[in-house]
Design a protein around this ligand. Structure first.
Ligand code: ADP
Length: 622
């Protein structure tokens, strides 16, 4: 649950971090897009600055021409022929001369036209007198240059020629006779040559008059157009002076955006809908009231700005991508570390849990062991108590049995003694001896009972030691030799290879074997050829000694009581029922067992199981 929550949190954090990066990139991209116009202006300004000399050149060209032609009308007006022609306008010779002179002068100085106007505005002579569209006879009273010159000032004017249809700059000066003004001499120079020169370049050049009308332009379609709206007054003046054709006076579809020092971003939508972007820089020609503007194509600036933005955006995206990848990697790494840590924690937790479980199990085992120990102690105690009770009961039984066992021989001894006394009185020594001998037998019997009782009263838990099994068996057989011979019993015995040591006590072990062999001989009392089989079996650290007879065996009830003290099926005086009981205790003291059962092929078989022992050192063995 916690782990899932944790993972969820991490996922949220990672998403947040990536979101932040992407958000940052998006903001920067947006800023870049917003920066696009500014960037375009930077490039536009660069382009503009680079092209600035072109503007200066154009301005100087124009200014040079103006200055050159500016002085000409004054000079020409001083010619006497002109005053004369004005005085005598009907004198054909004079007019002809003046016409020729003006024609020659125009050719020489490179002027388009030179013409002489009388005070009414009527042109009386002109350099183009011979042309079909001659100025002669035309009235220019409406032209400001005329009125200006008539007022004694230098007249200057730019206009579309009403007669020639050619745009030109007019300078005019009064023709005087002394102080009196007789008329006006005007010169005109066309500007087409400038425009032709301007068209060679990459830039567009415009010249605007003081009203803001484009009267010169590298593109003819811009003639008489304006960049801004024309005021009503300006339009009226233009109309009055017939400066430009009114039907062509239209505003260009243009947007102007001034920036930087002296630069403007200009966008012109042509009549055919094409859009052109320019950077515009202008310079004034104050004496003419003109503004010369240089329009350099700005598409390049736009493209460059777009390119720069795109490149920066790409870089930004790349950085964002790298940052995202880095964040992803970092988070993955952290996740892996966290997973490893949590796995380690889980392991540690499991180890701790397992340790606690083991400790608990250990505690339970210890507790169980202690409980067992306590139970065992209790059992032992109970056993001891039981044994004690049994012993007390046995003592009662024994007391009864003993009184029975002892009373008979004692009664016999008493009667034999009485008989011996009587025979002594009668002087029959033989009989006395006989009775004394019988007393002796009885005492032997009493002594035998006493010996058994002593054995029974042996101390339990007497020390054990390695005992040579062969020797114990041999001795037992030697002890029983007389009994065996008497009953004609034969012993069939397994030979033992080498010495076989067992844990026990030499005398007590002999006693066990004597008992078992003796019981076997007793059981076969009725057989003509009794045989006792003595066999040995080694099984790991144990040795089984089996004593088998051919006798009648035992009933289930007898088997159940075999080892009870004083249990006997033998006639009174023949058995006391203590042999097996004592033997059982002896073998148990040795750490072994004693069992009795019927052999499947008849007869009883008693097994003594003993622990094998290491042979003692030589000194100890002897
Ligand atoms: P006792 O020999 O004095 O009777 P034991 O304790 O030696 O005392 O034997 C107890 C009883 O076990 C015997 O009276 C007998 O009934 C039975 N018993 C012991 N050995 C044998 C045997 N080899 N075959 C049949 N019964 C046996």
């Amino acid at each position: 649950m916690t782990a899932t929550l944790h993972t969820e949190q991490k996922r949220v954090t990672r998403r947040w971090a990536i979101g932040l990066v992407l958000g940052g990139v998006a903001v920067l991209l947006a800023m870049l897009v917003l920066l696009l116009p500014a960037l375009e202006r930077v490039y536009l300004s660069q382009i503009g600055k680079r092209e600035a000399p072109t503007l200066t050149l154009a301005v100087e060209g124009l200014t040079g021409s103006l200055r050159r032609f500016e002085a000409l009308p004054g000079l020409i007006a001083e010619r006497p022929d002109l005053a004369r022609a004005l005085r005598e306008p009907s004198n054909g010779d004079v007019i002809d001369r003046v016409n020729d002179a003006l024609h020659r002068t125009a050719e020489e100085v490179g002027l388009s036209d030179i013409f002489l106007i009388d005070p009414t505005g009527l042109t009386i002579a002109a350099s183009n007198h011979w042309k079909e569209l001659s100025f002669v006879g035309q009235n220019f009273a409406y032209r400001p240059y005329f009125t200006g010159a008539l007022d004694g000032e230098q007249g200057r004017f730019f206009a579309l020629g009403t007669t020639s249809g050619e745009r030109g700059y007019f300078f005019a000066e009064a023709v005087r006779d002394g102080e009196a003004i007789l008329g006006v001499l005007a010169v005109k120079f066309t500007v087409d040559a400038f425009e032709d020169a301007w068209r060679d370049g990459n830039n567009e050049i415009l010249v605007l008059d003081d009203a803001g009308v484009i009267f010169m332009a590298s593109r003819p379609e811009w003639h008489f157009r304006s960049l801004g709206p024309l005021g009503a007054e300006a339009r009226a003046t233009i109309e009055d002076t017939k400066k430009y054709p009114m039907d062509q006076l239209q505003q260009l579809d243009v947007t102007q955006d001034p920036f930087d020092a002296g630069f403007q971003r200009l966008q012109i939508t042509g009549d055919d809908g094409t859009i052109n972007r320019y950077v515009m820089q202008s310079q004034m020609i104050p004496e003419a009231g003109w503004t010369v503007s240089l329009l350099t194509p700005g598409e390049q600036a736009w493209t460059r700005a777009l390119g720069t933005v795109a490149l920066t955006a790409l870089l930004l995206l790349l950085v964002g991508l790298i940052a995202t990848v880095v964040i992803q990697r970092r988070v993955q790494l952290q996740e892996r570390i966290r997973a490893a840590l949590s796995m380690q924690e889980e392991l540690e937790r499991r180890v701790t849990q397992r340790t606690a479980e083991l400790k608990e199990a250990n505690r339970l085992i210890t507790q169980e062991v202690e409980e067992r120990r306590a139970a065992e102690t209790l059992l032992r105690q109970t056993q001891t108590e039981l044994i004690q009770a049994g012993k007390l009961a046995a003592l009662g039984q024994m007391a009864a049995a003993l009184s029975h066992e002892f009373n008979q021989p004692l009664a016999a001894v008493k009667s034999f003694a009485r008989n011996a006394g009587a025979y002594l009185d009668r002087g029959e020594p033989e009989k006395v001896r006989q009775n004394v001998g019988m007393i002796d037998d009885m005492v032997d019997r009493l002594a035998a009972i006493s010996t058994h009782l002593r054995n029974f009263a042996r101390r339990p838990g007497e020390k054990t030691e390695p005992v040579l099994l062969n020797r114990a068996l041999d001795t037992a057989l030697v002890i029983l030799e007389p009994k065996m011979r008497a009953s004609g019993c034969r012993v069939q015995r397994d030979e033992i290879d080498g010495e076989l040591w067992v844990q026990g006590g030499q005398v007590r072990l002999q006693q066990v074997f004597v008992n078992l062999l003796s019981n076997a001989v007793d059981a076969m009392a009725d057989l003509p050829e009794p045989v006792v089989e003595l066999s040995l079996d080694r099984e790991g650290a144990l040795v089984h000694v089996r004593v088998r007879d051919q006798g009648p065996g035992m009933t289930e009830a007898e088997i159940a009581q075999l080892f009870d003290p004083f249990f006997t099926t033998k006639e009174p005086g023949k058995g006391m029922g203590l042999g097996l009981s004592i033997s059982y205790n002896i073998v148990r003291d040795f750490g072994g067992t004693l069992e009795g059962r019927n052999h499947p092929e008849g007869g009883a078989v008693f097994s003594v199981t003993l622990k094998r022992a290491e042979a003692p050192s030589l000194a100890a063995a002897e």
